[in-house]
Design a protein around this ligand. Structure first.
Ligand code: 0O2
Ligand code: 0O2
Length: 271
């Protein structure tokens, strides 16, 4: 109790905020997983800053002891890990839309990464907690980062903790290079992901086209175009066996034209 403050009581609303926010973001992750089969949230952690680090930070930032609530924004801290860099934007949009917290400001350490190499997207929010004494708004920091950014930050943080300010220059330089490597890893993973999504799309397009060609051939039988239908079936079999299905759209167009001809002639015959 450095300033006669009852720290346990002071930290209570922050503890409540961290617990509630963890539950909310874990629930959001589960909800998105069941609704959309994919969630931009991989996992969520949270912590209340330790008293000693609150005091150190207050000293570093010249925050008077009676201004801690406004001056130290990360007493309550939530960390959300994502698989891909693109998820960070999606997630920050979801946070922007929420009505149970409001954004105070954003620190984009991805676009403007720190000299140390640190990358992460920080959102400072104001969050209302309902206490037995009424509603209290507390500040909280949400750090959003990829798994690679988190891997780097966790190790860099523990080295900095161990060596304090005296990290040898050579190690700092190697850490900066490691941060660059993590950044390239994220980029490569995003590229791989895009290719997977694209090949899944092509696969769906192809299987839709196969269904369409086969049902169009059936239609020709319906118009008694038996010979034509058999010829198209033969062509389809050839393409299928030689694995040249990219020619399928040409065949599909030919069959469509044959159906249109058959329809015209059948209409003429009826009139
Ligand atoms: P699950 O089902 O394991 O994902 P609490 O103990 O209640 O105060 P919490 O959130 O349980 O708080 O613990 P903490 O330490 O704040 O958060 C750790 C959560 O993050 C745990 O999930 C870990 O499993 C998860 N986690 C940590 N590192 C990784 C990681 O590298 N990958 C993945 N996928 N998850 C990680 P839960 O909440 O126990 O649930
Ligand atoms: P903790 O709880 O130990 O993580 P400043 O430090 O003055 O530049 P400020 O006001 O502290 O800026 O806010 P900033 O920069 O947004 O940093 C808040 C938190 O971001 C830090 O909390 C870290 O968690 C993380 N962070 C920022 N820079 C780095 C970095 O270079 N390396 C790592 N590993 N993390 C960083 P604390 O205060 O360190 O506390």
């Amino acid at each position: 109790m450095m300033d006669g403050r009852d720290w346990a009581k002071f930290l209570l609303p922050y503890e409540q905020a961290v617990e509630e926010l963890k539950v909310k973001f874990k629930t959001l992750r589960n909800e998105l997983r069941s609704r959309e089969e994919y969630s931009p949230i991989e996992f969520v952690t949270g912590r209340v800053k330790r008293i000693s680090t609150i005091l150190e930070k207050a000293k570093k930032l010249n925050v008077p002891m009676d201004q801690l609530e406004k001056g130290i924004e990360d007493i309550a801290g939530i960390r959300i890990m994502c698989q891909f860099v693109e998820d960070i934007e999606k997630l920050s949009e979801l946070i922007r839309q929420r009505e149970d917290m409001s954004i105070v400001y954003i620190k984009d350490y991805i676009a403007n990464y720190k000299a140390s190499g640190y990358r992460s997207f920080h959102i400072i929010i104001e969050y209302p907690v309902q206490t037995s004494l009424g509603m209290k708004r507390v500040l909280a920091e949400i750090q959003i980062r990829t798994l690679a950014m988190n891997f780097w930050a966790t190790i860099e943080h523990s080295l900095n903790y161990k060596y304090k300010e005296s990290l040898p220059d050579e190690i700092s330089e190697r850490l900066r290079r490691a941060a660059e490597a993590a950044f390239l890893l994220d980029k490569e993973m995003s590229n791989i992901r895009e290719e997977i999504v694209e090949s899944q799309r092509l696969f769906i397009d192809k299987s839709n086209l196969v269904s369409k060609v086969l049902s169009d051939i059936q239609q020709l039988y319906f118009y008694h175009r038996v010979r034509e239908a058999a010829q198209f079936q033969l062509k389809f079999n050839e393409l299928w066996e030689s694995d040249e299905l990219w020619n399928l759209s040409e065949l599909s167009a030919e069959i469509e034209a044959a159906i249109a001809r058959a329809k015209r002639e059948s209409a003429k015959g009826q009139s």
